[in-house]
Design a protein around this ligand. Structure first.
Ligand SMILES: C[S@@+](CC[C@H](N)C(=O)[O-])C[C@H]1O[C@@H](n2cnc3c(N)ncnc32)[C@H](O)[C@@H]1O
Length: 346
């Protein structure tokens, strides 16, 4: 058995298929602006912004630009800024650096802004004590640390009993904030956007892997995929409800300054609604699902599988998802419930 790889599909694929993740900036922008207003600016040296779970960087460009512009408006000197993009060691950092040197990068828009990357899990301390002034994490902190709880046969938490993943998620959430409390400077600010669950446990996107599940069941029935491989496949995310989201901040060094919920716009559905082009919607939706789930699902195939076999199984799976979306577009519309948190470091 291979170890689970929960990074996004590389080579620029994630950046081309992550408009849904990118759309969460719209409801979070005002919260980010308040973080930039509230942060204690350093009296010397650079202001450090850290982007936790950056993937390959396309969706980081706008929030970083917003933060740099807003803090510089407040500063009495031209504040140098260091931006640290953090992701897992297996992330495609070459693609990240290519995005950072590209035309849409914030590096081209501002003088005196510098970028670097850290390849280390955000469940660990990734930077020195008190180093970070502004933290941002979008569509990332609902990923569980690996290995996730054993839940054989459950493709992901939204379609499994919540109790199977809840204790693991609780530990991860506490760990995540313990590490951030160390890294943030006094007066620092951290803004997080995660998919969340309502009081019934619904996220507005619980259905998005149903067509993947059907495709895998079909592959097992045809003998192309082994049942034991199918049982290991999990996309380890957990969508916390409001009580779970705020649990770590009862006391301690991080103070909950804001907590709100919002429904994310669904740009893929909005395009379909305007054009009624089911084929384009099928391509966009299956590309989006593939970008975030392929690593987690197909990295756990048996070790005797050749790269060509792995590729063929993934191709078949996402082609089936594409066909299912084209056949019934309305069944795939998302209304992601977001949890947006702003935390201040005492
Ligand atoms: C859906 S992507 C979001 C990327 C980007 N923030 C955006 O909004 O498009 C989730 C990212 O979180 C990263 N991630 C998941 N678990 C992580 C961990 N333990 N440490 C660091 N990054 C992690 C994944 O590798 C992936 O790049």
């Amino acid at each position: 058995m291979s170890s689970r790889d929960t990074t996004m599909r590389g080579g620029g694929y994630y950046d081309r298929h992550s408009r849904i993740q990118g759309s969460v900036l719209e409801p979070a922008a005002a919260v980010l602006a308040r973080a930039a207003e509230a942060v204690s600016l350093p009296s010397s040296g650079p202001l450090v912004i850290t982007d936790y779970g950056s993937a390959t960087g396309r969706n980081s460009a706008e929030p970083v630009d917003l933060l740099v512009t807003a803090v510089r408006r407040r500063a009495e000197r031209v504040l140098p800024v260091l931006v640290v993009h953090d992701d897992q060691p297996g992330n495609d950092f070459a693609a990240l650096f290519s995005t950072l040197t590209g035309a849409e990068s914030y590096l081209g828009a501002h003088d005196g802004v510098f970028a670097c990357a850290v390849g280390r899990s955000f469940h660990e301390q990734i930077l020195p004590e008190g180093f970070v002034h502004l933290g941002w994490s979008s569509a990332a902190a609902h990923w569980l640390s690996v290995p996730a709880a054993a839940a054989p046969g459950h493709l992901w938490a939204p379609r499994a009993p919540r109790a199977l993943f809840a204790a693991h998620a609780r530990r991860d959430w506490a760990t995540f904030f313990r590490q951030r409390a160390r890294e943030l400077a006094p007066g620092g600010q951290l803004v997080l956007v995660v998919a969340s669950a309502d009081e019934r446990g619904a996220s507005g996107g619980d259905h998005v892997l149903d067509a993947v599940c059907d495709a895998l069941t079909d592959l097992v029935a045809r003998g192309a995929l082994r049942g034991s491989e199918r049982d290991r496949m999990t996309v380890p995310m957990y969508f916390r409800d409001d009580r779970e989201l705020v649990e770590p901040f009862k006391d301690g060094e991080l103070v909950l300054a804001e907590h709100s919920t919002a429904v994310a716009p669904d740009p893929l559905w909005l395009d379909y609604d305007r054009t009624r082009d089911a084929a384009a919607y099928g391509d966009a939706f299956s590309g989006w699902v593939r970008a975030f789930s392929e690593g987690a699902l197909f990295s756990v195939l048996d070790l005797d599988r050749s790269p060509a076999e792995r590729r063929a199984l993934a191709d078949e799976t996402y082609a089936a998802v594409n066909a299912a979306v084209r056949a019934n577009p309305a069944a795939f519309r998302c209304a992601w419930r977001l949890g947006i948190l702003r935390l201040s470091r005492r």
